[in-house]
Design a protein around this ligand. Structure first.
Ligand code: PGA
Length: 246
């Protein structure tokens, strides 16, 4: 039985004041929810967010990590450092990192390996652009992104990962994949992982998930929760999404 996971991705939003307001409201709102819940604030707020989450069941996550273990890499953050701050999840290969910061599959896989080495869970993001979907290339694109991960990990390591399918055209646009469109890609990803002995890997959907569309997405057999951007900055909206994962 796969436990549902709802993970917030705050992106480059938030402040100390936001943490002081939003995190207690989320802790209160998700009390008693059986799904796993995680919050990924910007790096500089991880420590404060971790303190605010203490004593709650909500896990701390980071939005990125270096592909290197340590060394002369100015501006980078190592997986060991995130572990030290009690992060449990680390998002790798978000489409914004891929598109705006030139991250390719090889780099993203190296990041996932660092996260696993430190005993945390990589949230490995994949997804096609609108042009790729319109060209009928969705499964080829996602298949090649997933293939890079499968080629580098054992089945035991894969089972310690979370995969997030986030169609690029649905991120922050208000356009959500239909449950059927998402399920098709999730089933495809699960099939690829199953070939490598990891059928039970958790696969999240991300892209304009809101309180009013979460339940129908999470009801699909291969959707194990969501990666939530914009809606995770509103406590009522985010807690309603967590409740939809019950
Ligand atoms: P969104 O972002 O929910 O704002 O579409 C999701 C994500 O980018 O992880």
């Amino acid at each position: 039985m796969r436990r549902k996971l709802v993970a917030a991705n705050w992106k480059m939003h938030g402040s100390r004041a936001v943490i002081e307001e939003l995190i207690p409201a989320i802790i209160e709102g998700v009390g008693g929810v059986s799904a796993d819940v995680a919050i990924s604030p910007p790096f500089v707020y991880l420590e404060a967010a971790g303190r605010a989450l203490q004593g709650s069941a909500i896990a701390l996550g980071a939005q990125n990590v270096s592909a290197e273990a340590s060394g002369a890499f100015t501006g980078e953050i190592a997986a060991d450092m995130l572990r030290e701050l009690a992060c449990r999840y680390v998002i790798v290969g978000h489409s914004e990192r891929r598109a705006l910061f030139g991250e390719d599959d090889a780099l993203v896989v190296r990041k996932a390996v660092q996260v696993l080495r430190c005993g945390m869970t990589p949230v490995f993001c994949v997804g096609e652009t609108l042009a790729q979907r319109e060209a009928g290339a969705t499964l080829a694109v996602v298949g090649s992104q997933i293939g890079a991960l499968l080629g580098a990990l054992s089945s035991a390591e894969l089972l310690r990962c979370v995969i997030a399918y986030e169609p690029v055209w649905a991120i922050g646009t208000g356009l959500t994949a239909t449950p059927g469109q998402a399920q098709e890609v999730h089933a495809f990803i699960r099939g690829r992982c199953a070939e490598q002995g990891a059928a039970d890997v958790r696969i999240l959907y991300g892209g304009s998930v809101k309180a009013d569309n979460a339940a129908e997405l999470f009801a699909e057999p291969d959707i194990d929760g969501g990666l939530i951007g914009g809606a995770s900055l509103n406590a009522d909206e985010f807690t309603a999404i967590c409740r939809a994962a019950e």
